[in-house]
Design a protein around this ligand. Structure first.
Ligand SMILES: Nc1ncnc2c1ncn2[C@@H]1O[C@H](COP(=O)(O)OP(=O)(O)OP(=O)(O)O)[C@@H](O)[C@H]1O
Ligand SMILES: [Mg+2]
Length: 566
């Protein structure tokens, strides 16, 4: 807010200061709740939170209270916290007070609007439901987002929430001509700086607004920065009639700031130490994110889940506001399957045949079914090995693992350290790929060929490259033995029983060719082709496998390369 402090009338003096809590004795009438007061020489901004008695109010400071002392004068700014709105906010970075923090030129013509706004009335809300395409395969296929809806990225520390959010900005801004507002609440200060530079480098800054109240700020500031960002988003929706993507990293920090403010005000905590007003505070913010006839605010919010416990009250309350919940899994992240989306625990209200269409719905159901069957089989595989599964189950495992790998994706946001160019994939390409994997069209491909690719046709090229690399690095094959005289019927070929056609028992373990390593107890699909000879043996298995539409790739070489899958 750029109001000159000396122009504000003096309304009282500082009575007490306890950390961020400031009590003020007023000379005349009490200022309204949410009024911002300016206290002391350093102009600390204090938001009125309670009327204590006939002459005093209690507020929480939005800035540092260092240097503030009892008896200092308090001025009334005359209203609540304000956020700047106008065309000139686009491309700029702000703090909670609407001051620019990007070192750029002064802000052009803006109007100042209270950050406390009512949510749009039910009659103003749009009733149509549309899917919001992200270009990220796993999300578009299994957890479709809603245009004008709210989606949450749930996950513990370091599972990729921020990376996924950043990728969504890339996709939205570079290909959809939309506007994005990034709101950083209580996260790392450097992330804001990095994001700014990245967006500047990518040239998407002119379509972005950034608002930050990071972890170095007092709780009062972190509690209000979401409101400030939302006020700007509402302006862009209602007056500029633009579709806005509002990204919040991290909404848990908003709840946490509310908890700190509540504690500072001396209110009794509720479950697990959270404030008793958590549901109200969260609803007041979330309900403003809505779809009207003018435009839509689509919001994607990172939700830090304390100790990976999805039953934490903060996570549970956020869940209830969302139309899609994307759960990020630590296990998938540890396997390198990024984006580490837990495909079975993530869900979307959009995933109904009426909205996404019958084909997509049927395909998504089959994908979930396959993945769920694989999840059920994992324990058996860990205990007894893959060999103990029935042929049908082994096919399911192969399908599910290929599906899991196909749903990984290289991101522009991670290009710097993965050196794989980011890829966006259309929904049609994603569905096509999933359908072909479920039809076992890629059953004879190494799993690695499907890892970190874009559309499914890249698997063919990738498999060929892998095969060429494997061929060039493998030792020259020994000269073939001289032809031997006809011999009696030979014993069964080593490792030859097609793994899905015969079920080996414990008493008759499959014999291995010389030099081949034994199958791992954990039943990894990728261990058996560790040597060229084992690879050749597996190739026979592969040739015998019912592959509906073999793609143009030498099966033996493919099998040789299969050992390198992640
Ligand atoms: N899609 C991805 N591809 C490759 N690496 C990734 C990907 N997503 C995340 N990572 C790795 O995980 C690390 C942590 O990711 P990120 O910072 O997004 O986690 P976070 O969930 O936001 O964590 P925090 O809760 O601490 O903020 C990244 O630095 C990166 O190394
Ligand atoms: Mg993060």
């Amino acid at each position: 807010m750029t109001i000159d402090a000396s122009a504000c009338p003096v309304i009282g003096v500082v009575l007490a200061i306890r950390g961020s809590v400031v009590d003020v004795r007023c000379h005349a009438r009490l200022p309204r709740i949410f009024t911002v007061l300016r206290a002391g020489e350093q102009d600390a901004l204090v938001e009125v939170m309670a009327h204590l008695d006939a002459t005093s109010v209690r507020g929480v400071s939005l800035t540092s209270t260092q240097g503030l002392a009892r008896g200092m004068l308090v001025r009334d700014s005359g209203g609540p916290l304000l956020a700047p709105v106008g065309p000139s906010i686009i491309g700029r970075m702000f703090d909670v007070f609407g001051a620019t923090s990007d070192g750029g030129p002064p802000l052009g013509e803006v109007t100042w609007r209270s950050v406390h706004q009512a949510p749009p009335a039910l009659t103003q809300r749009a009733t149509t439901t549309q899917v919001f395409a992200t270009g990220i395969k796993a999300i578009d296929a299994l957890v479709p987002l809603e245009r004008g809806g709210k989606a949450g990225l749930f996950g513990g520390a370091g599972v990729g929430k921020t990376v996924l959010l950043t990728e969504m900005i890339h996709n939205m801004v570079t290909h959809q001509q939309g506007l994005s507002i990034f709101c950083g609440i209580g996260e790392r200060l450097r992330e804001g700086e990095e994001l700014y530079r990245e967006m500047q480098k990518a040239g998407v800054l002119p379509s972005m607004v950034m608002v930050f109240g990071q972890m170095n700020e007092p709780p009062g500031c972190r509690f209000r920065v979401g409101h400030a960002a939302l006020t700007m988003a509402e302006y862009l929706r209602d007056e500029q009639h633009r579709d806005v993507l509002l990204l919040v990293d991290n909404i848990f920090r908003f709840i946490q700031a509310g908890m700190e403010v509540s504690g500072l005000l001396g209110q009794m905590p509720s479950r697990l130490g959270y404030q008793s007003t958590m549901a109200t505070e969260l609803a007041a913010l979330e309900e403003r994110i809505a779809n009207t006839a003018h435009g839509a605010i689509t919001s994607i919010q990172a939700v830090y889940v304390p100790a990976d416990d999805l039953t934490d009250p903060a996570a549970v309350h956020v869940f209830s506001h969302l139309s899609a919940s994307i759960v990020l899994s630590r296990q998938r992240a540890s396997e390198g399957l990024y984006p580490a989306i837990d495909l079975l625990h993530s869900n979307s209200k959009m995933a109904t045949p009426g909205i996404i269409g019958a084909r997509h719905y049927a395909l998504a159901s089959r994908m979930r079914q396959t993945l769920a069957q694989y999840a059920d089989l994992k324990d058996i595989i860990a205990m007894l090995g893959l060999e103990q599964l029935s042929p049908e189950d082994r096919l399911v495992v192969g399908r599910a693992r290929r599906l899991e790998r196909f749903l990984t994706q290289p991101f522009s946001a991670t290009e710097a350290f993965s050196s794989i160019p980011g890829k966006q994939v259309s929904l049609l390409d994603t569905l096509d790929g999933c359908e072909r994997i479920l039809a076992d069209e890629f059953a004879h491909y190494p799993e690695e060929a499907l890892y970190m690719i874009g559309a499914i046709n890249e698997a063919v090229d990738k498999a060929r490259i892998t095969v060429d690399a494997a061929a060039s690095s493998s030792p020259p094959s020994p000269p073939s033995p001289p032809p031997s005289p006809p011999s009696p019927p030979a014993p069964p070929a080593p490792l030859s029983p097609p793994s899905h056609l015969s079920k080996p028992t414990k008493s008759t373990p499959p014999s291995l060719p010389p030099g081949a390593s034994p199958p791992e107890a954990h039943g990894s699909m990728t261990t058996r082709a560790a040597t060229p000879s084992a690879g050749a043996a597996l190739a026979r298995t592969v040739e015998a496998a019912p592959a509906p539409a073999p793609a143009p790739i030498p099966a033996a070489a493919v099998a040789t390369a299969a050992g390198a899958a992640p």
